[in-house]
Design a protein around this ligand. Structure first.
Ligand code: B3K
Ligand code: ZN
Length: 881
């Protein structure tokens, strides 16, 4: 595969003003007629008309005409990826007819069938599998689309925009024409045909326009759409209030499909969703699933402005829309639920997974310089780190300044395809600031380390903080220049009160948190009038995506856990304490010593459990020990077995020492659950989170009363959150009879609900007891499992490789061999899923030499396995480089 580079970007030589499409859908083929009204790009150079090269893949060309003149074989050139012809005037019309086979499309890109329905996924480069086109985001066109299909099987025919005509044909077929008044790139095109039912509602925008809202699903799922509809309406209102953004069409549609490579897609006016990101009701979806639906519905909706009205010039700018939109959806979720808990979840996710990506062979900057396959760049770096970068701009400019910047960005660039530089320029211009150095966050990859040291001079009442930043080398980037790091901090006195902050040379002190902008490799700040030695609370709210290093003692961390005014940092102090304690246990395990848990961790958790005033969601977060994946990420060389043993030892010790308070909080909340009907709201999520984590600790005691309570919760709760937690607790317990009975019961009850069966697979894939690989292999033969459905692949194979580390990394390499086999099979079926699935193999540098060799051998085996997709080839070859 070829390498595509940002520096080679050239504006398109031709533009497409209008795109008129007609689809004739049949069971064994689809015909696509495209009429493209084109003209030369006035911005392109040179006197002579350049040749026109249209993208096209896997298309069978049936007919081609230029300005109504049929073209023959000598008039154009075809390759596997393109069609080239010579225009004879600066404005012209191209008509083409191609034959495609959506019924055989297992890659789920372009037009394909999911079960009985037709649907599309065009981002990033799927439209070229539908028709010959300039399939690049800076070519924006007005689309009309006619879909014709058999009426009986496909009563509903959808595309972007508004329906403008429909009619009947002979032989029981019918057609509908849609018109989208907004110019858009081809990646936002969508088509759906199927036997679908809709949940309907409406929304009145701030300026008083009524918008029809429809969520289309297969009939059996109509009772699972209310939560998504409620979320959509909240998101529409929120975007008006928080960003001044109003919806622009008369109709907004969401369609749920079962076979989908990712969460959802923001096609203009016709979002297509993985059913797992739409369907949710108490009986079948957990609290986490409800929150995910709310977040993804909002995310795709927010793209209507950050993505669709203002789109990307080229795919190197992907984070322009994704980073900004992730930030927007996280702000929305924070407002709908608990801001502190949302921040904790986001940071834990970023530090575990994005930091690992930044430290691995696929590390890339938020605006990458090159790629082989763009599908591989829908990454945690583009999305989550991209969101952190925009969040830092907000921290530096303040909420108001940021809003001025976003208003200017939308106003200035509405209807355009732009770059990350354009976004930053709008922020600069609206605020009169210079963000030149800040932009290194877009171009430099890797996670900066920030080392902090302190110096207190009691007699001079001066307190100095010194910051040293450096960023490790990443592929193609050996040296990095200093970043602008917004560092939010406070200083606490001996009683935990915030000290007023006055920097040397300042006239007045500021109380509470303040933000320092670090810009140098090494830099000091001196606070004056400091009467007692303070304890610093650093990087409040995780104000920058860096690895902070400050030599806190365990007692200081305990103090911060109790007194820090910043909720995020209180949690963070607890995590750091737990990390220190766990690392000590890991060391003891490696040295063959008896494990001894620092009792201070128990005291801290006991205090948190006893704190009735604390949000139960926060109690649950503090009780959650750093994951094995996070402990792996922060290790130089990760000892999988020692990490697992240490963490399990700590969990069991906590369960024993805190049995009484855990039991008390468990039973009180279980009682509440019994008495109240399920509600999908923050306070209830919080209560159930505490109830569930308490139960998973309690079971480690293996006491009969806990087993009884778990079985009771499994059998009689009215919602999936409690039921699935009870199932997971049983699955990881030594009580085999109860576990087998529960698994069988569950499968029997939910065998017709694929999303619930996904959870059944996941729970078993995550079972860390010995024999994990054999269990997963057996489950692959279960009738509900298929490699053709991405949700199933993720639920079983993905969960095993990413969440069951001790089984996946089994010393004989059998887990690696298994994963490589699946990647090789999937490479032919669905390259995007194959490339994602292989990520755990690429992290070989983290492990001991023996495992390194085993992991590399599997990567080599994949490389030698035959014809590789560009997706898999890029990831494997870069991992071995
Ligand atoms: N923009 C899509 C992602 C498309 C992925 C293509 N491989 C969903 C989203 O981020 O909202
Ligand atoms: Zn997105």
């Amino acid at each position: 595969p070829k390498v595509i580079r940002l520096q080679d970007y050239q504006a398109p030589a031709y533009l497409i003003d209008e795109t008129h499409l007609t689809f004739e859908l049949f069971e064994d083929r689809t015909l696509v007629h495209a009429q493209l009204v084109m003209r030369r790009n006035p911005a392109s150079e040179g006197a002579a008309l350049p040749p026109l090269t249209l993208h096209g893949q896997e298309l069978q060309l049936q007919a081609l005409a230029l300005d109504d003149r049929p073209l023959g074989g000598g008039d154009y050139q075809l390759s596997d990826e393109s069609l080239t012809l010579q225009p004879t005037s600066a404005a012209f019309v191209i008509d083409s007819t191609v034959l495609i086979h959506p019924e055989n499309n297992t890659a789920l890109e372009g037009l394909y069938k999911s079960g009985k329905m037709f649907c599309t996924q065009c981002e990033a480069e799927g439209f070229r599998k539908i028709t010959y086109y300039l399939d690049r985001p800076d070519v924006m066109s007005r689309f009309t689309t006619t879909v014709s299909a058999e009426r009986q099987r496909y009563p509903v025919l959808l595309s972007n925009g508004n329906p403008i005509a429909s009619g009947e044909e002979e032989d029981g077929r019918h057609w509908v024409t849609w018109e989208d008044p907004f110019r858009k790139p081809a990646y936002l095109f969508a088509l759906v045909a199927g036997d679908l039912w809709a949940l309907e509602d409406s929304f009145v925008t701030a300026s008083g326009r009524e918008v029809a809202l429809r969520i289309y699903v297969e009939p059996e799922n109509l009772d699972k759409c209310q939560h998504a509809m409620g979320s959509l309406k909240k998101a529409m209102r929120w975007d008006e209030e928080a960003y001044g953004r109003e919806y622009d069409l008369d109709i907004f549609m969401i369609v749920a499909v079962n076979d989908f490579n990712m969460g959802a897609m923001e096609n203009k006016g016709l979002n297509i969703f993985n059913s797992s990101a739409v369907l949710a009701r108490a009986e079948t979806a957990t609290d986490a699933a409800h929150q995910r639906v709310e977040a993804i519905v909002a995310h795709e909706y927010f793209h209507n402005w950050s993505g669709n009205r203002v789109t990307c010039r080229d795919w190197f700018q992907l984070s322009l829309k994704e980073g900004f939109t992730v930030l927007r959806d996280s702000q929305f979720s924070a407002d709908m639920n608990s801001p502190t808990v949302k921040r904790i979840e986001d940071v834990a996710y970023l530090r575990t997974h994005q930091f690992a990506e930044d430290a691995g062979p696929m590390a890339h900057s938020v605006r990458p310089e090159s790629y082989m396959e763009i599908s591989n760049f829908y990454t945690l770096t583009i999305y989550e780190k991209g969101a952190e970068v925009v969040r830092m701009i907000q921290t530096l400019l303040g909420a108001e300044g940021f809003r001025k910047g976003s208003d200017l960005y939308f106003e200035r660039h509405d209807g355009q395809a732009v770059t990350c530089d354009d976004f930053v320029r709008a922020m600069e211009d609206a605020n009169g600031v210079d963000l030149t150095q800040f932009k290194r966050w877009y171009s430099q990859a890797g996670t900066p380390r920030l080392q902090v040291s302190e110096d207190y001079d009691a007699s001079a009442r001066r307190y100095r903080l010194t910051f040293r930043q450096n960023c490790p080398a990443t592929p193609q980037q050996a040296e990095k220049l200093p970043f602008v790091i917004p560092l939010a901090l406070g200083l606490l006195d001996g009683r935990g009160r915030e000290l007023p902050l006055r920097l040397e040379g300042e006239a007045q002190a500021v109380s509470g948190t303040r933000v320092l902008a670090l810009t140098e490799a090494e830099q000091s700040f001196v606070f004056v009038d400091v009467d007692t030695r303070p304890l610093p609370s650093l990087l409040r709210g995780f104000s920058a995506p860096v690895k902070l290093e400050f030599p806190y003692s365990r007692d200081q961390l305990l103090f911060l856990m109790q007194h820090d005014s910043d909720g995020f940092n209180r949690w963070e102090a607890g995590q750091q304490l737990a990390v220190q304690v766990l690392q000590e246990l890991i060391g003891q395990h490696r040295a063959g010593e008896a494990l001894r848990l620092d009792p201070r961790l128990l005291d801290a958790l006991r205090a948190v459990l006893a704190d009735a005033a604390l949000d139960p969601a926060m109690v649950a977060e503090v009780l959650s020990l750093p994951s094995e994946a996070y402990l792996t990420e922060i290790s130089e060389v990760a000892d999988v077995d020692a990490i697992h043993a240490a963490r399990e030892f700590a969990r069991k010790a906590i369960a024993e020492a805190l049995y009484q308070p855990l039991w008390q909080r468990y039973s009180a909340n279980r009682e509440l659950s019994r008495q109240t009907a399920y509600v999908a709201e923050a306070a209830h999520f919080a209560r159930r989170a505490l109830q569930n984590i308490a139960l998973s600790y309690l079971m480690l005691s293996e006491r009969a009363e806990v087993l009884e309570a778990t079985v009771e919760q499994f059998r009689s709760s009215d919602n999936m959150t409690e039921r699935l937690n009870a199932l997971a607790v049983l699955v990881n317990s030594p009580f085999e009879a109860e576990r087998d009975a529960a698994l069988a019961d569950f499968a029997e009850q939910f065998r017709d609900d694929p999303l619930v069966m996904d959870q059944w697979f996941s729970v078993q894939a995550g079972n860390t007891r010995p024999g994990g690989l054999e269990r997963v292999q057996a489950l692959m033969r279960h009738p509900a499992f298929t490699l053709k459905n991405p949700n199933k692949v993720r639920a079983l194979i993905g969960a095993f490789a990413n969440q069951n580390l001790v089984n996946f990394h089994q010393g004989d390499g059998s887990g690696y061999r298994f994963l490589a086999d699946q990647v090789i099979t999937l490479n032919a079926l669905n390259p995007q899923i194959a490339a994602r699935l292989l990520a755990p193999l690429t992290r070989w540098r983290k492990y001991d030499e023996r495992r390194q060799a085993l992991l590399k051998a599997e990567l080599e085996r994949i490389l030698a396995s035959g014809e590789l997709s560009s997706d898999v080839y890029e990831v494997v070859s870069k991992s071995l480089a």
